[in-house]
Design a protein around this ligand. Structure first.
Ligand code: MG
Length: 226
């Protein structure tokens, strides 16, 4: 892609970027891919797109010049008799509880995955392996805070998230605002930026038969201002 700064025929542009610049600065094209401020090449030469230069690199602040990233998260946990049900960082009175290595909060796990996914940082299992005894019974709110710090540390801030909980019971209408507020508090954003929807399993399948519950989340990030 040729930008405003390009001059001469196209092949001259390529020759200049791949031969002259590396020689001048004593680097080769491969090393240039790993430069921490690779995104600046686009501005200087008007040739490279971030996706070209850093295709194999984790997306970080220095590659955030395009401004926005979207991520998606999904999680399912089995249910067993007991209670309460941990959902969205709060305990909901219920006759079934989540089975999980941590506190089993499928909704917060989906939020974590959406944030990490948007920043190309992997997922909750990568950040908090279930082989690590430290993660046994761990508070998912604390895990979400850690994930947020990682995403924020790369220069991203949350525009909004939207979540869906799939559970036959309990009815979430009376808990909806409390869950939204709790997630907003953890993420340090306004509650208006947290969407929450609830669906049943229509009485069929794992969700409908209350053998499991699930959650999905979409998160939109934008680059923080300098
Ligand atoms: Mg989970």
């Amino acid at each position: 892609m040729r930008g405003k700064g390009a001059f001469g025929p196209p092949y001259f542009q390529l020759w200049f970027d791949f031969c002259i610049i590396p020689r001048k600065f004593g680097i080769n094209a491969q090393l240039r891919k790993n430069l921490p401020r690779a995104g600046s090449f686009r501005r200087v030469r008007g040739v490279f797109r971030n996706s070209d230069v850093c295709a194999s690199e984790p997306i970080g602040r220095n590659q955030a010049t395009d401004g926005m990233r979207v991520g998606i998260g999904h999680d399912t946990h089995r249910l067993r008799p007991g209670g309460p049900l941990r959902l969205g960082g709060i305990d909901i009175p219920h006759d079934r509880e989540s089975i999980g290595h941590s506190d089993g909060d499928a909704l917060l796990h989906a939020v974590i995955d959406a944030l990490l996914g948007a920043a190309a940082l992997g997922d909750v299992g990568l950040m908090f392996p279930d082989t690590d005894p430290d993660n046994r019974g761990r508070d998912s709110g604390e895990m979400l805070t850690t994930a947020l710090e990682a995403v924020s540390g790369l220069g991203w801030k949350i525009v909004n998230i939207d979540c869906i909980v799939f559970a036959q019971r309990p009815k979430l209408l009376t808990h909806r605002q409390a869950i939204r507020q709790r997630i907003a508090d953890i993420l340090e954003i306004e509650v208006e930026r947290v969407g929450l929807q609830a669906k049943t399993g229509e009485g069929i399948g794992l969700i409908g038969n209350e053998e499991a519950f699930a959650a999905q989340c979409v998160a939109l990030l934008e680059a923080k201002e300098e």
